[in-house]
Write a protein that binds this ligand. Structure first.
Ligand code: URA
Length: 208
């Protein structure tokens, strides 16, 4: 699996703003969306193109457009929802699937309680969205589910990641491409990313 860490100063700047306790819900939501858009620009750099003929005011010419099945964006509920509009700003025609995962109280294993993916998923570029890659358990369960449904070309986008999560996802799914906004130091005893942003879902939806 290849891991790309974002180096663009604008992404770094916006991630710093996300971290601040004083960043309120509206600003947090906007920042997550903007960061997702900038990361999406990088993650979708290999979308296939095909030339079509267009007529400019000067002449006819063959020029590239995005080709093939529309990409599928798949947020992991609930925090991943905050990243969707950022990607749709780049590719408005992308399809959107959803995956909901909970931790089984007895086995402590992540279980998919809701999953709906666009049709012909095996032919689409899939971008899974979760702003926080913490233990990696949820990410692995989401990618397992997508592969069971036939998904092949999978990218995973996280704004922040803990080294533990990157390593778990890399070991379980070495074939996917991971895009990380910033690699943080570690997880704390409650599995929060440090220094992190706190609970990303609560901060996006104002449910603190
Ligand atoms: N999920 C979050 O929202 N924040 C973390 O730090 C880890 C997981």
């Amino acid at each position: 699996m290849s891991v790309s860490y974002m180096t663009h100063p604008l992404i770094k700047h916006k991630i710093t703003l996300l971290r601040k306790c004083s960043t309120g819900t509206g600003e947090f939501r906007k920042l997550i969306e903007e960061i997702a858009m900038m990361m999406g620009y990088e993650a979708l750099a290999d979308l296939p193109t095909a030339d079509i003929e267009v007529r400019t005011p000067i002449e006819r010419t063959m020029q590239p457009v995005i080709n093939g099945k529309k990409p599928a964006v798949v947020p992991i509920l609930r925090a991943g929802l905050g990243m969707v509009n950022g990607i749709l700003a780049l590719v408005p025609s992308a399809k959107v699937g959803h995956i909901g995962i909970f931790r089984d109280p007895e086995t402590h294993l992540p279980q998919v309680y809701y999953g709906k993916l666009p049709e012909a998923i095996s032919e689409r570029q899939i971008v899974v969205l979760d702003p926080m890659l913490a233990t990696g358990g949820t990410a692995v369960a989401a990618v397992d589910f997508i592969k069971e449904q036939g998904g092949k070309n999978i990218k995973f986008m996280s704004v922040l990641a803990a080294p533990e999560g990157v390593s778990v996802l890399m070991k379980k799914h070495p074939d996917i491409q991971l895009y990380v906004g910033c690699l943080d130091r570690c997880l704390n005893d409650d599995a929060y990313i440090c220094p992190g942003v706190g609970d990303a879902g609560d901060r996006i939806f104002g449910t603190l």
